[in-house]
Unconditional design. Structure first.
Length: 246
């Protein structure tokens, strides 16, 4: 844990990243993943070989764009990725089933201990999320409802809604507008130096890193969101520590 002075002083809201911050087990697109298993539950008509080829190719297409700064403000949809990697026509029904299959494999889960951490933080802060996902947001909204955390958030910003991904400052600034808060009243929390800290820096908002990421521009680092929430409620944030002592 590393903290620069009292990082929570004067803060009224926390803007949270999702994957690697309180949702885990996402992006199940490894080479041994069988995407057809879920697709056939949707009564899809394509072959197993074809489905696995399409989903994996669409993932590779989007992954290459995700690391390209040229696509930060015009990131393609999963639907567009699928249509880009196939060389045959698809019915709207089959296209939707492929998008739904991709979404299922992109979705992670929220462990109970992180649900508890969110509830603890909600006691003192307004919570909002700035989330990078590639698929339509329905499964994530449903997952938030199932985990009973949906109502904890005053604003949910999903990158797939507008095709704008972090580190663009735009999603952060739009959330601030909806919260009607100034930048000095807000703390960004995430696990990515490039996307969360980068977006925070571009937005001129303080950022805390979790999950093992460390950078001198962050106002604090914690092993995870649980340690952060415990630190606030235990008062540990008053103890300024040197980064050399971590």
């Amino acid at each position: 844990m590393f903290i620069k002075n009292n990082i929570f002083e004067g803060k009224e809201a926390i803007l949270l990243d999702m994957n690697g911050t309180f949702m885990f087990g996402e992006d199940r697109f490894s080479l041994d993943e069988n995407f057809y298993s879920y697709y056939r539950q949707l009564d899809g008509k394509l072959s197993e070989i074809k489905v696995n080829e399409i989903i994996r190719s669409a993932y590779d297409y989007l992954e290459s764009k995700y690391h390209d700064e040229r696509y930060v403000n015009n990131f393609p949809s999963v639907e567009k990725a699928i249509l880009n990697v196939i060389n045959f026509s698809l019915s709207d029904s089959e296209l939707k089933k492929l998008v739904d299959t991709f979404s299922y494999h992109e979705l992670g889960n929220i462990p109970l201990e992180f649900v508890v951490a969110l509830y603890k933080l909600k006691k003192h802060f307004t919570l909002a999320c700035v989330i990078d996902i590639w698929s339509p947001n329905k499964l994530w909204r449903d997952a938030f409802v199932k985990a009973e955390v949906y109502d904890l958030f005053s604003v949910l910003s999903f990158s797939s809604d507008e095709g704008i991904v972090k580190p663009s400052p735009e999603p952060f600034e739009k959330v601030l507008e909806k919260l009607e808060l100034t930048k000095d009243k807000v703390l960004i929390v995430g696990d990515s130096i490039r996307r969360d800290l980068g977006g925070a820096t571009a937005s001129e908002i303080d950022c805390v890193l979790v999950g093992g990421a460390m950078h001198e521009d962050a106002v604090g680092t914690f092993s995870d969101l649980i340690e952060l929430s415990n630190s606030f409620f235990n008062g540990d944030y008053n103890e300024s520590q040197s980064i050399k002592n971590i």
